[in-house]
Design a protein around this ligand. Structure first.
Ligand SMILES: NC(=O)C1=CN([C@@H]2O[C@H](COP(=O)(O)OP(=O)(O)OC[C@H]3O[C@@H](n4cnc5c(N)ncnc54)[C@H](OP(=O)(O)O)[C@@H]3O)[C@@H](O)[C@H]2O)C=CC1
Ligand SMILES: CC(=O)[C@@H](O)[C@H](O)COP(=O)(O)O
Ligand SMILES: [Mn+2]
Length: 377
């Protein structure tokens, strides 16, 4: 029985992780959960999983979690890690706040199934150093990285010539830049293929998500940026591809259902049965299309490659500025294209640090957010 500690239990990835765990009660046991403010949803999960030892929340619960060690406040996730006996951390929280628990679990010597891409975007070098020192492992949950991980089974990255990450194009794929100025929050949240949390859905529309995924791939698979490409694939059926030295191209295909990559990360190296509402049926599949990315249409992709190549705290500034700008866009404080401006200006103005430790990354995150707030005030 694998004991799972789940951060971000009430979110999109969190709820799908619980579904996977509930499909395999003989293999997985949920022993800890954390969330921000969704108390009712957390009580519901705790009631269904008697093995839960620890509960974390960002704010104090109105009704106590009877018989459970409960941790409250911004450090609730690391406190859960320190006070829980578990075999695998599933990090499905959103934002820079996910980096600290990723590092805490690896330093405790426990592997991490990682959905929280911000851990690698903001702190990739530090995470990689910690993995080497602690001899722990990361299992990717992000669909593209899971696809690449699956395609790499039986091979090493030394045999790889390129990773080819697919991008759906997001909610505004078919609009040109002049049409983006006045788009609404509601339109931006209508992703054509995936049902996800708000932050990542907006990031998908700005192409920041794909930029993050390029940086994430660099750290997960230890390949230079020159060997990581992105192609536009509107259908989100091919989840990514790996081209090998002999020009063989391996791809992983599936429906737009995150439970497959989540389950693969939890059960690796096994493949288990998975109940899906709409499993992929290639006889009913529309044509598959692939197009080169238009960098003038999606400038955030180039910005991501540059921030990734720059290393240091550039990823933390990129992510921090985006987190703040997306939050302001969702509250109607800035327009859609102002998200791009926020990121570009923060990368120009927030002090660059070559080899940051965790505290310096947290400072860079804070400074990027403050910069964006002040820029639009
Ligand atoms: N959704 C998807 O399909 C995919 C997501 N990812 C990545 O996975 C991560 C999670 O995404 P997603 O599930 O969409 O996000 P959601 O917004 O749906 O969920 C976020 C989770 O984090 C919790 N949380 C928020 N603030 C805090 C806090 N201060 N302390 C502890 N927990 C907190 C939320 O709790 P509460 O409910 O109380 O707010 C919620 O459980 C992101 O990094 C995203 O980029 C990657 C690939 C696909
Ligand atoms: C499901 C998942 O992994 C998301 O990151 C998804 O990739 C978003 O799709 P696009 O960013 O390609 O629109
Ligand atoms: Mn993805």
């Amino acid at each position: 029985m694998k004991k799972i500690l789940l951060l971000g239990a009430t979110g999109s990835i969190g709820q799908q992780t619980i579904d996977v765990i509930e499909q395999h009660p003989d293999l997985f046991e949920l022993v800890g959960v954390s969330a921000g403010t969704s108390e009712a949803a957390l009580h519901d999960i705790v009631a269904r999983h008697p093995g839960i030892q620890v509960v974390g929340m960002a704010v104090a619960p109105e009704t106590a979690f009877e018989g459970k060690k409960t941790f409250v406040g911004e450090d609730n996730m690391t406190e859960c890690i320190q006070n829980c006996d578990y075999d695998l951390l599933v990090n499905a929280t959103v934002g820079f706040r996910g980096l600290k628990p990723t590092l805490a679990s690896l330093n405790k010597g426990v592997d991490v199934a990682l959905a929280n891409k911000e851990s690698l975007v903001a702190g990739g070098a530090l995470v990689r150093k910690t993995l080497e020192e602690t001899k722990t492992r990361l299992y990717p949950i992000d669909s593209e990285h899971s696809a690449i991980f699956q395609c790499l089974q039986g091979n090493t990255t030394r045999e790889v010539s390129r990773l080819i990450i697919t991008a759906s194009g997001g909610s505004f794929r078919d609009l040109d830049r002049s049409q983006l100025r006045d788009v609404s929050v509601e339109q931006a949240l209508a992703h054509p293929n995936w049902n996800m949390g708000k932050r990542i859905t907006i990031d998908s529309a700005t192409m920041v998500n794909k930029g993050f995924e390029v940086i994430e791939a660099h750290y997960l698979f230890d390949l230079p940026f020159s060997q990581i490409d992105v192609v536009l694939h509107a259908e989100s059926i091919v989840h990514s591809m790996v081209e090998f030295a002999d020009h063989a191209v391996m791809a992983q295909l599936g429906s737009a259902d995150m439970r497959l990559p989540i389950q693969y990360a939890l059960a690796y190296p096994q493949r288990l049965d998975l109940q899906e509402e709409k499993p992929l049926d290639m006889t009913k599949t529309r044509d598959l299309h692939f197009r080169q990315m238009d960098e003038a249409r999606f400038p955030m992709l180039r910005v991501a490659y540059e921030a990734g190549e720059k290393e240091g705290n550039a990823g933390a500034i990129f992510n921090g500025a985006d987190e703040q700008a997306v939050e302001m866009f969702l509250r109607g404080k800035i327009g859609f294209l102002d998200i791009e401006t926020s990121i570009q200006k923060a990368l120009e103005h927030v002090e660059y640090i070559q080899d940051p430790d965790y505290e310096q990354l947290a400072q860079s995150d804070y400074k990027a957010r403050e910069f964006v707030k002040n820029y639009w005030s």
